[in-house]
Ligand binder design. Structure first.
Ligand SMILES: Cc1ncc(C[n+]2csc(CCOP(=O)(O)OP(=O)(O)O)c2C)c(N)n1
Ligand SMILES: [Mg+2]
Length: 501
């Protein structure tokens, strides 16, 4: 939940979780690593034994800092003295924000109740603004802008900026650069990020530049030809500037273009292209894509609308969910075949926010994220939780939290009685069959309501009921165990070069 809270704020707020010791801390591992891998600022404050009881077989005494640091957390420390606490918290928070990472501090109970006479001067002398300057990126170097410009305008090259959530505030600069490049097509990827932490880790980048996105876009224009006319004809259509949620986008876009699907990505491309052409006084056709069709398997299962009677198809449900999304609603997607179905079939509203566990792929994430989304956005927003039966069962106890917090959730459980992504994704996978509870009875036992869907014809009425409801409403979707989603097969080409500056 803390990882989702930090992600929902676009890294501007610190997700925070508190726990006691022992298993309360070992249970934090997955959530903290989830935040760490998705570059979300999160702090975990945990309790531990008094200093005198540590390290000799006391009840629930584990080496928390070693556990979490070994797992890859950016910072994990056990406080040794009360006077150390404030500066450690200062450093932990600075690291969480500047590295966009998860940090942890264990505080022995004797220190929790200790009194510090006066805070050390080294803490009081720092303003919050000063702390956040610690590893903030400087302006881009002319050399890297020069290389970027050369790459973008090189003969026969096709470049795409994969611009993720870090660029949410750089819209006008990105559009202006897109206009200048008159661009559409996905091929090579350029990474622009404020921090070298995790550089070139999220996708294979042709070139990586560590600098502020808005500044790069603004200054890069100086290094490009001054007008469209000066741009060589092959560079005219050479690049696409794509703005979307995180790194997943580049893959979706080629897919969407290739299949001419009416996905959100496609809509964004169309809208961008139309805007670019309008500004340049050109017809919309000018910027149409020229790339050869990528090799993709035909999405046969996706085209199959109703597999058998007595099942409801998840693609149908997701397709009809899209138009009902409210401006404030947050779509929370779990990990499994259901992730693929959602990327293929759910068309988002402009401005829709999606929360999912991207790099760790944590099943059970969506319900937790939905609770956070509802809490942060208030009663005018609905958290839409989309989960498979396996993923939902991993955190279904949080239904209790949802009810307790008066969450407004529409929970869609795709019940195909199988760990679908494992069964379909691996040859000869064993042990993937799933039993499950009577999901509606379970929801009702918690004080929620819901509807079961066993046929596509029930979809509209069920969605009507779900969106008209208040509180937590479950759609239990009984779906065909044999229907699987197709995985994208796009492979990035080119080599990784990291900007030496
Ligand atoms: C916590 C966790 N455990 C295991 C996995 C590995 N895993 C990835 S997808 C998947 C199956 C998902 O099944 P389900 O939630 O029913 O969704 P479906 O694929 O059937 O749509 C598994 C076991 C994981 N990603 N996260
Ligand atoms: Mg399943």
């Amino acid at each position: 939940m803390a990882a989702a809270a930090g992600k929902l704020s676009n890294g501007k707020a610190l997700g925070c979780c508190l726990s006691t010791s022992g298993p309360a801390v070992s249970n934090l591992v997955t959530g903290l690593l989830d935040a760490q891998l998705d570059r979300v600022p999160v702090i975990a404050l945990t309790g531990c034994k008094p200093r005198s009881d540590q390290g000799h077989s006391e009840f629930q005494d584990i080496d928390q800092a070693r556990l979490l640091a070994a797992g890859g957390l950016a910072y994990s420390i056990t406080i040794a003295d009360p006077t150390q606490l404030l500066s450690v918290i200062r450093d932990a928070i600075a690291i969480a924000f500047t590295k966009r990472a998860a940090v942890h501090i264990a505080i022995p109970v004797d220190i929790q109740v200790a009194t510090v006479a006066s805070p050390p001067a080294r803490v009081l002398s720092c303003s919050p603004e000063t702390l956040l300057q610690r590893v903030k990126a400087g302006p881009p170097s002319d050399a890297s802008l020069q290389r970027l410009a050369a790459l973008l305008t090189a003969e026969g090259e096709r470049i795409c900026f994969a611009i993720g959530c870090e660029a949410r505030d750089a819209g006008p600069e990105i559009l202006a650069l897109a206009h200048r490049l008159n661009a559409p097509i996905v091929r090579k990827l350029v990474e622009v990020t404020t921090d070298s932490f995790g550089l070139a880790m999220h996708f294979e980048a042709e070139l990586s530049v560590t600098a502020d996105v808005a500044t790069v876009c603004k200054r890069l224009v100086e290094f490009l030809p001054k007008s469209l006319a000066e741009l060589s004809s092959s560079a005219m259509h050479a690049a696409t500037v794509v703005c979307g949620g995180r790194y997943v986008w580049w893959a979706s876009i080629e897919r969407a273009e290739a299949m001419a699907l009416e996905t959100n990505a496609n809509r964004v491309i169309k809208a961008l292209r139309a805007r670019v052409a309008r500004k340049a006084g050109l017809s919309t056709d000018v910027a149409a894509p020229r790339q050869p069709a990528p090799t993709l398997r035909a999405p046969t299962a996706m085209l199959k609308t109703v597999a058998r009677s007595s099942y409801c198809h998840q693609a149908q449900l997701l397709a009809r969910l899209g138009p009902r999304l409210g401006a404030n609603d947050v779509v929370c997607v779990d990990t499994g075949d259901i992730t693929l179905w959602t990327s293929l079939s759910l068309r988002l509203r402009r401005g829709s926010v999606v929360l999912s566990s991207e790099r760790l792929g944590t099943m059970g994430y969506a319900l937790c994220a939905g609770i956070v989304a509802s809490a942060q956005r208030g009663p005018s927003a609905t958290g839409i939780v989309i989960a498979g039966d396996g993923g939902f069962q991993m955190t279904l106890n949080e239904l209790g939290t949802a009810i307790q917090m008066n969450s407004r959730l529409v929970i869609i459980v795709i019940d195909n009685k199988v760990l679908g992504r494992v069964e379909f994704g691996f040859n000869n996978a064993q042990g993937c069959a799933l039993a499950g509870p009577d999901y509606l009875a379970l929801a009702r036992a918690y004080g929620a309501d819901g509807i079961q869907l066993t046929d596509d014809s029930q979809i509209d009425a069920a969605l009507d009921a779900a969106f008209a409801a208040s509180g937590v409403f479950m759609l239990h979707v009984v779906s065909d165990p044999d229907v699987k989603a197709e995985m994208a097969t796009y492979k990035p080409r080119g080599i990784v070069k990291v900007d030496s500056a």
